[in-house]
Ligand binder design. Structure first.
Ligand code: GAR
Length: 215
């Protein structure tokens, strides 16, 4: 019998990347894993409604109720460890996890970042701010990166990247939407499938993708 991996998706907001994972599961692009838990840092996150609509278990660990990162990371770990989770996906999760958390799920946490790392990344670069910075700099190409999470913010080994054109007259919001549509919603489900199918390995800091034996 095939070993289907359990995925926990950590969210803080709208959850369009969560939706992309759910859609990929429905249409068979994500077949080696399934989203079994959506954990939100924000009780108001619309992502929670998306999870409920799709009958996925939800859990709220409200960041506002914790004084520091260590305490918060510990509370997250407690929730995740009480379930059998093989892969954690940060899909618009707006908080940095502590080193204890990252060690616990070493090479089993994937983040989606809305730029071509190492551009426009690191502390302070999240959400629409990333696109503001790209437009301020005047880049003609931007994109998205799916990467493993390590102790350095946005610094873990890169799994997949996709470039997206910046167009004349773009606002940060217009660019954000294009990057989501053309890059994030495509590469995040693909990275999840590659992980769950056991096709990713890390050598030094380079991610190797092995061939799919079934095709
Ligand atoms: C996405 O663009 C994601 O790449 C970004 O936040 C947005 C969340 O949207 N994440 C970061 O900036 C993390 N550094 P969503 O809730 O609709 O998926």
């Amino acid at each position: 019998m095939e070993d289907i991996k359990n995925i926990a998706v950590l969210v803080s907001g709208g959850g369009t990347n969560l939706q992309a994972l759910i859609n990929a599961e429905k249409d068979g692009r994500l077949k080696s894993g399934r989203v079994t838990l959506v954990l939100s840092s924000n009780p108001e996150a619309y992502a929670l409604s998306r999870a409920k609509e799709n009958k996925i278990e939800t859990c709220i660990v409200d960041r506002k109720l914790f004084s520091d990162r260590t305490e918060y990371s510990r509370a997250l770990l407690k929730e995740l460890n009480s379930r059998k989770i093989d892969l954690i996906i940060l899909a618009g999760f707006m908080y940095i996890l502590d080193s204890n958390f990252i060690k616990h799920y070493k090479n089993a946490i994937i983040n989606i970042h809305p730029a071509l790392i190492p551009s426009f990344c690191g502390d302070g670069f999240y959400g629409v701010r990333v696109h503001e910075a790209a437009l301020d700099y005047g880049v003609k190409l931007t994109g998205a990166t799916a990467h493993f999470v390590n102790e350095v913010t946005d610094g873990g080994p890169i799994i997949l990247q996709k470039a997206v054109e910046v167009k004349e007259g773009d606002t940060p919001e217009i660019l954000q939407r294009r990057v989501m549509e053309q890059a994030e919603w495509e590469i995040l489900p693909l990275a999840a499938e590659l992980f769950c199918a056991g096709r990713l390995s890390i050598e030094d800091r380079t991610v190797r993708i092995s061939k799919n034996n079934q095709t």
